[in-house]
Design a protein around this ligand. Structure first.
Ligand SMILES: [Zn+2]
Length: 180
């Protein structure tokens, strides 16, 4: 019965239809531009060139959007894995085993890893939460036991990375909005 269907389709097919050479969508022959992808079907050389340039710009914009999202997420992932390794290493090999320290260390690691997972869906709130959580823990740590200069420098580096992740996430949200 397949052939009857295809025959029927052929017979009922309108003559003034053709297929876009770019995206293969069916369009009216009289249309200058493809109604699906916008390719200047019957357009001039200049119009076809302009179409290609526009598409390339869109593509590079998409890549930029993707990069911003990756930067935003990566910082959370990096922080989470660093804290996890740190928690395992210090608690097992360096310091005396204290259950409270273990809990706090792993809690921090899992917060960042959780935020990283959340960032896949909600990038900006996740990175802002990461920065907020990090700053809070930093201040608590600073009050409870004074950090050495080296540790402050190290923690400051993470802080800068988190600020970068929030900036990237904001850029990402803005570009997504502009891109439509
Ligand atoms: Zn098309």
């Amino acid at each position: 019965m397949e052939w009857i269907n295809s025959l029927f389709m052929k017979l009922t097919e309108q003559d003034n239809k053709e297929v876009c050479i770019k995206c293969k969508a069916e369009i009216e022959e009289i249309n200058k531009f493809c109604t699906s992808c916008g390719y200047p079907q019957n357009g001039s050389v200049q119009e076809k060139k302009a179409f290609r340039i526009r598409k390339q710009k869109e593509l590079s914009k998409l890549k930029e959007i993707e990069l911003s999202a990756t930067v935003g997420k990566s910082v959370l992932f990096m922080l989470g894995s660093f804290y996890l390794v740190w928690a395992i290493y210090t608690n097992l090999f360096i310091y005396e085993f204290h259950i409270l320290t273990v809990i706090i260390d792993f809690f921090e690691a899992f917060i960042y890893l959780g935020l990283w997972l959340w960032a896949k869906r909600r990038l900006l709130p996740a990175t802002i939460s990461g920065l907020f959580f990090y700053t809070t823990m930093f201040v608590i740590g600073l009050v409870s036991n004074p950090y050495s200069g080296l540790l402050i420098g190290f923690k400051g580096l993470f802080f800068i990375l988190l600020v970068i992740s929030v900036t990237s996430a904001r850029k990402y949200e803005k570009m997504i909005k502009d891109f439509g």
